[in-house]
Each structure stands twice: as structure tokens, then as C-alpha cells.
Design a protein around this ligand. Structure first.
Ligand code: IMP
Ligand code: MG
Length: 177
């Protein structure tokens, strides 16, 4: 096994996702929204969430990237992929982690321009201490301290997404491993 310190254990994550699914389902009693996962990071979380929701809808994907290869956001958020049609449709954005908030703020903007209404966010993790823009997060799995995390879909330069827990990335430990 790798050497990274666990921040949130697998069974704790699973339990929390089940609770989140219950809250999300209650918010959409009549019909499921248009679900959009922010890839790559949110794919794993979206898969687990959808399994509990049991909605037979497609999970759309949109890419927002600002990191390049490091652990420091460039602040310049690139969005690619359009999700259509959705004029007047309610949207549920699925994120792995909200850090500065710049990506989500940008996506709110883009999807609003495409005519989406009532955009809500469900994110597995949030780092409130890092926020640069205020974003309204309706469903949050865990608030975490200012650490760079990996696992459960989250990566550093494309690595460690497959860890089944959330761990703290530590470059020194990686070098020793
Ligand atoms: P934001 O735009 O700063 O809120 O960052 C958004 C995106 O950066 C997240 O959706 C993640 O994909 C990525 N990110 C932010 N913090 C971390 C982290 O600690 N580990 C891995 N990815 C992160
Ligand atoms: Mg993400």
C-alpha cells in the first residue's frame, strides 16, 4: 500500500455519499435534473452518487481545468464540452472538490449562458479556507482543511485517482516510496 496519510476512509466516504444521495433525491421529487459531472475528477464520485440515486439518466460531462501538472491552480479556468439542450432545465453539477471556487463560478456562468436554470452543486469535498470567489454549494460531503488531497477520483498530474480513500498528497512521502 502507498504511504499517504488517510484523511477520509473509504467506509466514511461511502456512508456520506449515501446521505448526500438522500438529500439530492429529496430536492428533485418530480423529475431528475440534468446531471453534469466535472471531469476528470468528479467521475468516481458521480458514479457512486448515481448508484444510490437510482436515476436512469445520462451523466453528462464537462471539463474544467486550471491545474496543468502541479498542485497550484493557475486561476485560469478552461472549460470544454457543451451540454445541450437544456434551456429551462434544472442542472445538478457534480464536483470532486471546490477549492478557490473559480471553476464552479465559471461553470455557473457558462451553463447559465446556455440557458440552464436553477443550477445546484453537489461536491464531495470543499476547502472553505481557500475560497477566492463566493459560490453557493447546496450539497457538500465534507469540509476539509487546506491540504492537497488525492484519491477517489482526485489526482496530482493524473496520478492516484484510483485510491479508494481520500489521502493527503505529500511530495516528500512520494519521493520515499
Ligand atoms: P477551484 O477552481 O480552485 O475550486 O478548483 C477546482 C478543481 O481543482 C477541483 O474540481 C479539482 O478538480 C481540482 N482540485 C482542487 N483542489 C484539489 C486537491 O486538493 N486535490 C486534487 N484536485 C484538486
Ligand atoms: Mg474537479
Amino acid at each position: 500500500m502507498d504511504d499517504f496519510r488517510t484523511l477520509i476512509a473509504t467506509d466514511t466516504i461511502e456512508r456520506r455519499i449515501r446521505e448526500l444521495a438522500r438529500d439530492v433525491a429529496a430536492a428533485y421529487p418530480d423529475q431528475p435534473p440534468c446531471v453534469i459531472a466535472v471531469i476528470e475528477g468528479a467521475r468516481v464520485f458521480a458514479r457512486h452518487l448515481m448508484r444510490h440515486l437510482g436515476w436512469s439518466t445520462t451523466v453528462h460531462e464537462i471539463r474544467a481545468s486550471s491545474y496543468g501538472a502541479g498542485t497550484i491552480s493557475s486561476g485560469d479556468v478552461q472549460v470544454s464540452g457543451t451540454v445541450a439542450p437544456m434551456r429551462g432545465q434544472r442542472v445538478l453539477l457534480v464536483e470532486d472538490i471546490v477549492d478557490t471556487g473559480l471553476s464552479i463560478a465559471r461553470l455557473f456562468h457558462e451553463l447559465g449562458d446556455q440557458g440552464a436554470s436553477d443550477i445546484e452543486v453537489v461536491t464531495l469535498l470543499s476547502k472553505p479556507s481557500r475560497r477566492e470567489v463566493e459560490v453557493d454549494l447546496r450539497f457538500v460531503g465534507f469540509e476539509i482543511p487546506n491540504e492537497f488531497v488525492i484519491g477517489f477520483g482526485m489526482d496530482v498530474a493524473g496520478r492516484y485517482r484510483e485510491l479508494d480513500r481520500v489521502a493527503i498528497f505529500d511530495a516528500a512521502r512520494e519521493a520515499r516510496a
